[in-house]
Design a binder for this molecule. Structure first.
Ligand code: HEC
Ligand SMILES: [Cu+2]
Length: 309
């Protein structure tokens, strides 16, 4: 009797084992099927180090788009509060794009609409993936990991142009920053890089991001002409008081932008909101002033030290 009972149980045990084996096999096959037919991407984490070490690597020194060979493109982008650097890029349709993505400060997301690309950008790690855009068009990129107060403004775009219209030289230029005549448009540089914190009207957010409107011309007058140059190239960290309100945040360094973009955005701050406060002999900033100020190896804290309260 006891023996029979035992046999009975063993029989059921074998059935359950077979069933669970079959289920595992089905799941593995579903994943394999997806990988093969749906083009699902698994981002490869190729490195783990400190964010500084990652950002010092060749691919990230000048994030943007590079043509490695005909039909082969490298796209590097760095997420930081609250922008992608660069925010807007151009790539040719049909080319194989190798993405190298990372984050400078905190966790960010990188989701490209109309595609199945949705990866995390992790400080100290590189997310690498391959993708080919077949259809020309504008593909928006959004951050889908809450990263702070300006998170909802963290957007970018990939403009996919027909291969015949693609030009390697324009690839890294933020498309939106080019005016019709090919000059850099300061308003567009501001919208792409600064607006998420300082807001579209330049008024900032009380207690978090100081206003730039009604404050920039006063900075030139009180701190000297070079101050804005160093501020943009090296950032600012330390407590400041603007219009009686104190701010103690970190203004990121914008040295990844071109000197033309930096001059254009500085002139935009000064002319868009502060034109009436500018001295009559004010000369617009030139790219060369930013070129000359690079290489001083200042930190955001150094810029703060040099700032008269
Ligand atoms: C991630 C948010 C963020 C972004 C994006 C950002 N800033 Fe700032 N900015 C700050 C913070 C925070 C401060 C104040 C820093 C402090 O408290 O020391 C600041 C300060 C400033 C100031 C005033 C400096 C002073 O000494 O009073 C100016 C001018 C400025 N930013 C311009 C810009 C420009 C131009 C851009 C775009 C290229 C930009 N910022 C992008 C956060 C940001
Ligand atoms: Cu975010």
């Amino acid at each position: 009797m006891e023996h029979r009972q035992h046999e009975q149980i063993a029989k059921w045990e074998r059935r359950w084992l077979a069933l669970s084996g079959l289920m595992s096999l089905t799941f593995v096959m579903l994943i394999a099927y997806n990988l093969a037919t749906e083009g699902t991407h698994i981002a490869q984490r190729t490195a783990k180090a400190t964010p500084e070490q990652i950002l010092a690597q060749d691919v990230f020194l000048e994030p943007g788009v590079r043509q490695l060979a005909p039909g082969k493109i490298q796209l590097t982008s760095v997420g930081q509060a609250f922008v992608f650097q660069p925010a807007n890029v151009r790539v040719p349709a049909g080319a194989e794009i190798e993405f190298f993505l990372t984050a400078r400060d905190v966790l960010h997301g990188y989701q490209i609409e109309k595609t199945n690309i949705n990866v995390e950008l992790i400080p100290g790690e590189i997310s690498r993936l391959l993708y080919t855009f077949d259809e020309p068009g504008v593909y928006r990129i959004t951050c889908n990991q809450y990263c702070g107060i300006g998170h909802h403004n963290m957007i970018g775009s990939i403009t996919v142009v027909p291969a015949s219209q693609w030009n390697a030289e324009q690839a890294g230029e933020p498309v939106v920053a080019m005016a019709e005549d090919g000059t850099v448009d300061g308003a567009a540089v501001y919208a792409a890089n600064c607006q998420s914190c300082h807001q579209a009207n330049g008024m900032g957010l009380t207690g978090a991001f100081p206003p730039v409107a009604g404050h920039s011309a006063e900075l030139v007058a009180s701190q000297g002409r070079d101050y804005l140059v160093n501020l943009l190239l090296y950032g600012l960290q330390g407590e400041i008081v603007v219009n009686g309100q104190s701010y103690n945040g970190v203004m990121p360094a914008w040295n990844a932008l071109s000197d033309e973009d930096l001059a254009a955005v500085t002139n935009y701050l000064l002319t868009e909101w502060d034109a009436s406060a500018l001295p009559s002999d004010f000369m617009p900033y030139e790219a060369a002033e930013f070129t000359a100020a690079r290489g001083q190896e200042l930190t955001a804290a150094d810029v703060y030290e040099a700032r008269t309260p």
